[in-house]
Write a protein that binds this ligand. Structure first.
Ligand code: PLP
Ligand code: ZN
Length: 404
């Protein structure tokens, strides 16, 4: 058995093929590259039983990951996050089988750790010494920390408005951190220039092929946790859309391996009303999105006005019979409170948006009563202290409580 069954990379736009054992960024045509595996070979040698006794993290699926030598793995124990029943919240929404895939408990505090673990491990395997990326905060934090562990230098550019804790995570790991007075698109432009001038490895979303592979493991875990049953609906808070593309890719690979039935969950791209380019494209039946002007939302991780992989996100939504939904900030912040008070889960605003979307889709009848619905909470609410405004009485020592 090989450790990884990676065979090559391919361009989903022009179909060009690329080698995996040298550094690759985008296809010559400008599209992101996707990783292919020798699934026919793997199918002969590998089944779900082989997972028994493996490490309880995302590396348990190493045959379907791109790192070929286990010595190159850079890990902080990421993956195999809980899939939790949300019975009280589900009952309030009229969804009998509501589950949360909770990425709030993963290293670095957001699911960006998955993409960083696999992306940085592969960068180490390719002997990359310095990488650069623009970020809305969480990706920069995760890549800085994993890069530090790998001994790789990281240059990170993020908007001044990005959650402050993510700044601290970058700074404490010794990354070369810059803030920009603008959006992630402005940060991206600055990084692009620096990559050209200084020959850095460009780790921007989808400009390297391996981040998707890390995020894909959410799809693998969800079906393993459901005993290889495919749920009816998965809701995903969509910025760059990497996780949604990854989950779609994971499930198609498992179908080809014969581990699950030939059925996809309906994939729902959830966006913020203040930045909803994918939703607009989906509503208009288009296959690509347009730049969203003046985007703004409290769900910072999904403030992406134009995603490089938009056509892949839309393909996954169309092909799976899914849909795209925009949620305004008031609604998602209210949902955040409901989730905490009914279920004891302090989710991030992006995660709250997926639950608000489930509620709306159930009300509108798109989600049917008995369906199994998975909402992704992509990070910990603890990373966003500014979303909660606390107004409570301050007591003097010795005061007596009045019951409220
Ligand atoms: C980055 C991020 C997202 C969006 O992820 P994509 O895969 O880029 O769409 C959602 N939630 C949080 C907390 C994030 O940090
Ligand atoms: Zn191409």
């Amino acid at each position: 058995m090989k450790f990884s069954y990676i065979s090559h990379l391919h361009c989903p736009k022009c179909r060009e093929k690329y080698e995996f054992n040298i550094i690759q960024q985008l296809c010559a045509c400008g599209s992101p590259l996707l990783v292919d595996y020798d699934l026919q070979e793997l199918k002969k040698r590998w089944g779900p039983a082989a997972l028994a006794g493996r490490s309880n993290d995302l590396w348990r699926y190493h045959e379907l990951l791109p790192v070929t030598d286990p010595d190159n793995i850079v890990t902080l124990g990421e993956g195999m996050t809980p899939l939790l029943r949300m019975d009280r919240l589900g009952a309030a929404m009229g969804i009998g089988q509501l589950w949360m895939k909770d990425e709030g408990v993963i290293p670095t505090g957001s699911f960006k750790a998955r993409g960083a673990a696999v992306g940085v491990s592969k960068a180490k395997e390719l002997a990359i010494q310095e990488l650069a990326m623009p970020t809305n905060g969480n990706a920069g934090a995760a890549w800085s920390l994993y890069a530090a562990r790998a001994g790789i230098r990281a240059t990170i550019v993020m908007p001044v408005g990005a959650p402050e804790i993510t700044r601290n995570e970058c700074a404490i790991s010794g990354a070369n951190l810059y803030l920009v007075n603008g959006l992630i698109s402005d940060a991206g432009q600055i990084v692009g220039q620096a990559v050209k001038e200084h020959g850095l490895f460009d780790a921007s979303t989808l400009k390297e092929p391996y981040r998707i592979e890390g995020k894909k493991t959410m799809g693998l875990e969800i079906v393993e946790q459901l005993q290889w049953k495919v749920p009816d609906v998965i809701l995903y808070p969509t910025g760059g859309g990497v996780g949604l593309i990854g989950i779609y890719k994971a499930l198609k690979e498992l179908i080809e391996l014969g581990w699950i039935e030939d059925k996809l969950p309906r994939l729902v791209a959830v966006q913020a009303a203040g930045c909803a380019p994918i939703v607009k494209a989906w509503e208009e039946g288009k296959s690509v999105s347009e730049f969203w002007e003046n985007s703004a939302t409290a769900a910072f991780g999904i403030n992406v006005p134009k995603a490089l992989g938009d056509f892949l996100v839309l393909e996954a939504v169309y092909e799976s019979g899914g849909c795209a939904v925009a949620i305004d900030d008031d609604t998602l912040l209210k949902e955040l409170g409901t989730i905490a008070s009914l279920e004891g889960a302090f989710v991030c605003p992006e995660g709250a948006a997926t639950f608000a979307a489930a509620r709306q889709l159930r009300e509108g009848g798109w989600i049917k009563e008995g369906e199994t619905v998975i909402a992704l909470n992509t990070g910990s609410g603890i990373k966003y202290p500014e979303t909660v405004n606390v107004q409570v009485p301050v007591l003097e020592p010795g005061a007596r409580l009045t019951r409220r």
